[in-house]
Design a protein. Structure first.
Length: 398
């Protein structure tokens, strides 16, 4: 009996060592392939960046700015190169293992595919966390540096920075929102005016013609409501047409931050602020029945747009980061099923998966105009679909 028990222990110990050896062998091959793919993809993606940096230097942009630009733009490329390199390496490595019958030999030895995938999966998860940090901290900084070039432009360009569907708080003592923009015309305008320290006025207009005069912005408002009228008249008034001026709105040429320019903490704070502003604007529209029910519904729908854009931006960053883990999960079983040594087949599979994933992300982002179907949730469809397919394929190859 002791001899049998010792033999059983020896067998388990040998199997354990075999599994560990195979895991190390596969992971070493995976890392080597990943490093090569990452270097190649990084070189390809940074060619355009280098051309842009040279053009900045030729245009007389300061070296300090060029250095700041390069320091954030180079890391930004990793949000694309890391997931793609993981996908390419997983497909190529496991297709080679399958073509050389090494996968079949592992199964014959009782080695499970999930066990072999363990270290690549953990590496992909770590890359996903790193990608989330890049997308929330580095990429917004890169957008900020790019758009800060507009701080040198004229006042007219400053007006072009006004973006529909977002609350704009860069002007002194004024917060404004508009649903759409057609040239110099703004549609569905909402303004919170803090110019009088005694009151806070809420102004709405069906449309407004915006023009600049020096450092002031003039708004020619149509079908306007104002509440209260002024400190001495607390009631609401409706005016067919009214001239409204935002004083010194363009005195500071600092660029207007958009959602994609904000880091994670800023974006979360902006979401909370937007929620509070929306609640106040909707409460004003519903006050005393002064605004028609159809207009109230339109205001509610348009104000949801501001929050929806920010939510989609936040979700998009994590969906792009999750691609690192998703691509390994789907790349391994697809590589095994390919059963070809030719790298062209692996590259074709990788290209098809990457294009499908990112096209589906772009499709879900385009649905943000339909606010009833929660695009910030639908944008996670590529992640769910990829993991579901990966689970199905892996179960067939275990």
């Amino acid at each position: 009996m002791p001899a049998v028990f010792s033999t059983f222990q020896l067998f388990n110990f040998s199997t354990f060592n075999l599994v560990k050896t195979i895991e190390k062998y596969v992971f070493k091959s995976f890392l080597t392939s990943f490093a090569l793919a990452f270097l190649v993809l990084s070189f390809v993606l940074t060619i355009g960046l280098m051309v842009q940096i040279v053009s900045f230097i030729l245009d007389g942009v300061s070296i300090a700015f060029v250095w700041d630009f390069a320091s954030v733009c180079l890391p930004e490329t990793m949000q694309w190169t890391i997931p793609l390199a993981l996908l390419v390496s997983s497909v190529l490595v496991f297709s080679r293992l399958s073509a050389d019958s090494e996968i079949a030999a592992m199964r014959a030895c009782g080695v499970n595919l999930v066990s072999v995938m363990k270290w690549p999966m953990m590496f992909g998860f770590a890359c996903a966390l790193f990608g989330a940090w890049i997308n929330n901290e580095i990429v917004p900084r890169e957008h900020e540096v790019r758009r800060s070039l507009k701080s040198k432009v004229s006042v007219d360009t400053g007006l072009e920075l006004l973006e529909p569907g977002l609350w704009i708080d860069d002007f002194p003592k004024v917060k404004l929102y508009f649903g759409a923009k057609e040239g110099n015309w703004l549609r569905d305008l909402v303004v919170f005016d803090y110019s009088d320290s005694r009151i806070e006025r809420t102004i709405t207009a069906a449309k407004a013609l915006v023009e600049s005069e020096g450092r002031d912005i003039n708004l020619d408002l149509y079908n306007m409501t104002v509440d209260p009228i002024d400190a001495e008249h607390p009631g609401m008034a409706r005016i067919a047409r009214y001239q409204y001026t935002v004083k010194d709105a363009l005195a500071d040429t600092k660029y207007t931050k958009k959602g994609k320019d904000m880091r994670f903490r800023e974006l979360v704070e902006k979401l909370e602020e937007t929620k509070n502003l929306n609640e106040r604007a909707i409460a004003h529209a519903e006050k005393d029945g002064e605004v028609a029910p159809d207009e109230v519904k339109k205001i509610k729908r348009n104000l949801k747009r501001a929050r929806s854009k920010l939510k989609v931006e936040l979700s998009k960053r994590f969906v792009f980061a999750a691609a690192s883990f998703c691509f390994i999960m789907i790349g391994v079983p697809l590589g095994i099923r390919a059963q070809r040594k030719e790298s062209t087949i692996g590259m074709a599979i990788s290209l098809a998966v990457a294009i499908g994933y990112y096209l589906l992300v772009m499709l879900m982002i385009s649905l943000q105009m339909s606010y009833a179907i929660h695009p910030e949730i639908l944008i996670w469809t590529p992640v769910a679909l990829t993991l579901a397919l990966a689970a199905k394929f892996i179960s067939k190859n275990r």
